[in-house]
Design a protein around this ligand. Structure first.
Ligand code: C2E
Ligand code: CA
Ligand code: CA
Ligand code: CA
Length: 273
């Protein structure tokens, strides 16, 4: 009995620590957003599989914390979503990224992540229009990455929003495809110009031929619907080689480059060979 109580205490202390950590993360993040300090945007190149040419970048949030150092998205995006701060954070990232991308020469595509909460809170369409107008970025260069969670919650409402976003000239990308409740029918029902095949498929496809078959099926369906496919998390040349054989359009991953700060992009522009 005493044993059980000790375990409970250990559990409750652990729980308490996690809870306090979340609370301080939220408070610090709110402070960072209010004072406009510490939130940065890194960029990871996306290249064509056939020639290795870099055609664009995905914007990824980074947080330079005053005492914790560089904090990665996995340690703050959830807190930002649970607290609602993601709406403001998402706007900051989009505005900064549009401003950065507007000065890229040659002009390259910019992908920005949009959280499900941004679809239901705030005025997403006007926010995007404002970011485009203020930066002067060509809307045709902007693509927004969303996950399928948004589609399940309110499919018809989301479809209306997506069509309004498309009317701005912006394209929509289905992110993390193959995780969660993915359904191939989403590709047909929503106006996606691109789908990002989740890293887990790329990691497993060389060892597991069931996974290879899934990748092939997604590529075949996407091709017939005129949707480009991006392979995420490409880490080895063997993976890139198989993707080339299978006819995958684009790739992103450490093999090509890690996400880079804005002043690190110049060495990437010009192709990866
Ligand atoms: P994501 O949208 O799927 O972004 C790709 C993540 O995979 C990035 O992690 C990237 O650094 C990582 N990655 C890229 N290539 C490789 C690879 O070859 N191997 C491995 N192991 N990882 C690779 P990051 O930057 O830590 O972001 C994690 C997640 O946080 C993102 O996943 C996205 O869901 C979320 N996130 C990041 N920035 C934002 C943002 O501005 N807004 C929103 N709503 N979410 C964001
Ligand atoms: Ca993404
Ligand atoms: Ca992804
Ligand atoms: Ca992911």
């Amino acid at each position: 009995k005493a044993d059980g109580r000790d375990r409970w205490c250990a559990y409750s202390e652990e729980f308490d620590r996690t809870f306090r950590h979340r609370q301080s993360t939220e408070a610090d993040l709110r402070e960072a957003l209010l004072t406009e300090t510490g939130i940065e945007v890194y960029y990871q190149p996306i290249a064509t599989v056939s020639s290795g040419e870099v055609i664009g970048f995905e914007a990824l949030a980074r947080w330079r914390h005053p005492t914790r150092g560089m904090v990665m998205p996995d340690d703050f995006i959830q807190v930002a979503e649970a607290s609602g701060l993601i709406v403001l954070l998402g706007e900051r990232i989009l505005r900064q990224a549009c401003q950065d991308a507007a000065s890229w020469s040659p002009p390259l595509r910019l992908s920005v992540n949009v959280s499900p909460l941004q679809f239901v809170q705030g005025d997403l369409v006007n926010m995007i229009a404002g970011a485009l107008a203020d930066s002067g970025l060509d809307p045709q260069l902007l693509e927004l990455e969303m996950t399928e969670g948004v589609l399940i919650d309110d499919a018809s409402g989301t479809l209306l929003l997506l069509n309004r976003i498309r009317a701005l000239g912006v394209s929509i990308v289905l992110d993390d495809f193959g995780t969660g409740f993915s359904s191939l029918s989403y590709l047909q029902h929503f106006p996606f110009s691109k789908v990002k095949l989740d890293k887990s498929f790329i990691t497993d496809m060389l060892e597991n031929c069931d996974v290879t078959s899934i990748v092939k099926a997604v590529l075949a369906l996407s091709k017939s619907l005129n949707i480009a496919v991006v392979a995420e998390g490409v880490e080895t040349s063997a993976q890139l080689e198989l993707l080339r054989e299978l006819g995958c359009d684009q790739a992103q991953g450490y093999l090509i480059s890690r996400p880079l700060p804005i002043n690190g992009l110049s060495e990437i522009l010009g192709g990866i060979g």
